[in-house]
Design a protein around this ligand. Sequence first.
Ligand code: GAL
Length: 420
Amino acid sequence: MKRFKVFTLSTLAAAAVSLAQVAQSTDVEVLHWWTTAGQAKAVAELKIALENQGYGWKDFAVTGGGGQNAMTVLKSRVVAGDPPTAAMMKAPLIYEWAEEGLVTDIHQVAIDEKWDELLPPMVQEIMTRDGKYIGAPVNIHRINWMRVNPKVMQDAGVEVPETWDEFFEVAEVLQANGVIPLAHGGQNWQELTLFEPVMLGVGGADFYRKVFVDFDVDAINSETMVEVLDTFKRLKAYTDKNAPGRTWNLTTAMVMRGEAAMQIMGDWVKGEFSAAGMTAPEEYLCVPAPGTGDGFVFTVDSFGMFKQKDEAELEGQQALAAAIMSHDFQRLFNLAKGSIPVRLDVDMNEFDSCAQGSSADLASSGENGTIVPSLAHRSAAGPTARGAMIDLISQFWNDDNLSSADAQAKLADAAARLSS
Ligand code: GAL
């Protein structure tokens, strides 16, 4: 009896404490576009990490691969003077908002948590402006990946292609076997995502940088650019008629089911395979896109924090930044997301062969100078430059009357405007 009483009292006391916590807890509104099966698992880890810091999670998910819709919605909230507490966005955009004085400085958290010791120099550089951290990095995604259905390849008697020439030979055989060689989702950002590995594979890293980082008109006017555009357009014949409008994850499902043989897309695709319970290399393969074995097109996912009036929300932002960089979160989130951690001290032995390959290639491409930022995924430039290029590449892909020379001229015009 006595025992029962003690139990009841302590339970009541615990309930009172947690009620008080609930009453005080502040919700942190977080905008992101991670809504597919694998991505939702990854986001759930972020929610837990934040809650572990004593803050509530207010979900602000805007569906749409590559963040097109999310970034439009974000802009309208910012312009209306009502930004979310935090938003998943890439560094160049954070720089723009920071210049407008809208971004909260999270430098103190970075100092307290020793980010400079934990992050590779490249990520430190990306996440800082004037020596101060302006965003919290989550991961590194590699764009120039290709997922392959090994059974489909085996049935057709073909090997995984390592060069673009091999790709076209293999694609012919697959098509003759009634398989869609290349799974493609016809949305402009997916077209630019496909274009990037082609440009890296055909033109090399220096050429890629000249075009998508410097917007160099001479590079765009070169013969190499025509070759890049020709190779890109040639791929279309190996995609299916139902591609237009299809989301990237439904496109991935075609490779899972064996309707299609290969998909060239960033490693968030791996998150979908994992969420479907499939493992590499048994059920799918991850290999660099043709011709890009020693290269690395990257994007760093990160969160920027917008200035808030409420003191508790400002504290919540610091807590979110700390949660994002915590060791456990980095491990769990990236296992689900398909990316690799930004923290150098996360043991990669726990990750699969795809992530280990990504990690090794990140290091070697950094040494060889063959690492380049993704424009499609907002790491190479801000929204204006990206907007100009994405429209032209997508138009070229979709309009069969446009020649490579036409597209080249349009790209050169756009680049001249961007650099003037
Ligand atoms: C990228 C982003 C990834 C993933 C992908 C598909 O821009 O870096 O985290 O979300 O879009 O939506």
